[in-house]
Design a protein. Structure first.
Ligand SMILES: Nc1ncnc2c1ncn2[C@@H]1O[C@H](COP(=O)(O)OP(=O)(O)O)[C@@H](O)[C@H]1O
Ligand SMILES: [Mg+2]
Length: 258
């Protein structure tokens, strides 16, 4: 499942993190592939720099590489009770600036299939999440070509709604041309503020535009989110009611996706 949006900063990485945390909690065996050259989800998942083999390197060696030999275990697993750790699966293909070499707008179809090739025959996971960079250039295409679903993330703002519309069109075109297996999982709305009339208006607009593709619950602006991510914690293990509500929202989203 690719987690995508045209715009940066809307919450792709945050949604990837939240779903990964919910998956770890529920025993859904998960692999997170960090395709964004900024490697934020690698940091957020408590993977130390230099561990494993970076996504960019694996993409270069796509024909030869065995993904499962190059993944790193997320440090989040240590948050589980000791007796659950051995069974838990939350692995990461770490990101780094190396992947940027594939982020050309004119990527060749041959290069586009590199992640798909890498994931062929990989077993042992119930869910593979690909955290994408904020563009529709090479890396996002590489992610889509390997995915069965795209999960879009949008903010309830004018430009984000317009960007999501464009992305949905791009997904339809892409799946017609290169990836018949690809479907739209839905749109997650992030950073909504209950006290904003503009947000309320945009939410109604999104309901009208996306209908059953609009995923609920909507994720609210939550001041703790940056602290949680900064500390590289799984949201399900952050103390306090505010984080608990956020964690529950991700449980609900995950249930609809897996
Ligand atoms: N619901 C939210 N409430 C508060 N801050 C958020 C929320 N979602 C994301 N953020 C913060 O906004 C910034 C951008 O989010 P991020 O997930 O990195 O976006 P993207 O991956 O789409 O670029 C991060 O610092 C993140 O902690
Ligand atoms: Mg990101």
């Amino acid at each position: 499942m690719s987690v995508s949006s045209l715009k940066g900063g809307v919450g792709k990485t945050s949604v990837t993190m939240g779903l990964a945390s919910a998956a770890l909690q529920r025993g859904v065996r998960t692999l997170v592939i960090d395709l964004d050259p900024h490697a934020d989800s690698t940091t957020g998942l408590a993977v130390s720099r230099g561990a494993g083999t970076e996504a960019g390197q694996l993409l270069r060696d796509a024909k030869k590489a065995q993904v499962t030999e190059h993944t790193v275990r997320s440090g989040w697993v240590d948050f589980l009770p000791e007796e659950e750790r051995a069974e838990a699966v939350l692995d990461v293909v770490p990101g780094s600036a190396l992947s940027a070499t594939f982020d050309r707008p004119d990527i060749r179809p041959r290069d586009m299939r590199r992640l798909r090739t890498l994931l062929e025959g990989v077993t042992g996971y119930d869910l593979v999440l690909v955290d994408c960079p904020p563009s529709l250039a090479g890396l996002t295409r590489i992610a889509w070509a390997a995915s069965t679903q795209v999960l879009l993330v949008a903010e309830p703002s004018l430009f984000s709604v317009a960007g999501t519309e464009r992305t949905m069109r791009a997904i339809r075109m892409f799946s017609n041309e290169y990836a018949p297996q690809l479907t739209q999982a839905g749109v997650v709305v992030n950073r909504a503020r209950a006290d904003s009339a503009e947000h309320e208006y945009r939410l109604l607009e999104m309901e009208r535009l996306y209908k059953d593709k609009l995923m609920l619950p909507v994720l609210e602006e939550n001041a703790y989110w940056q602290q949680i991510q900064g500390a590289a914690y799984p949201v399900h293990h952050w103390p306090g009611d505010q984080a608990r509500d956020l964690a529950k929202s991700f449980d609900q989203l995950l249930r609809q996706l897996v």
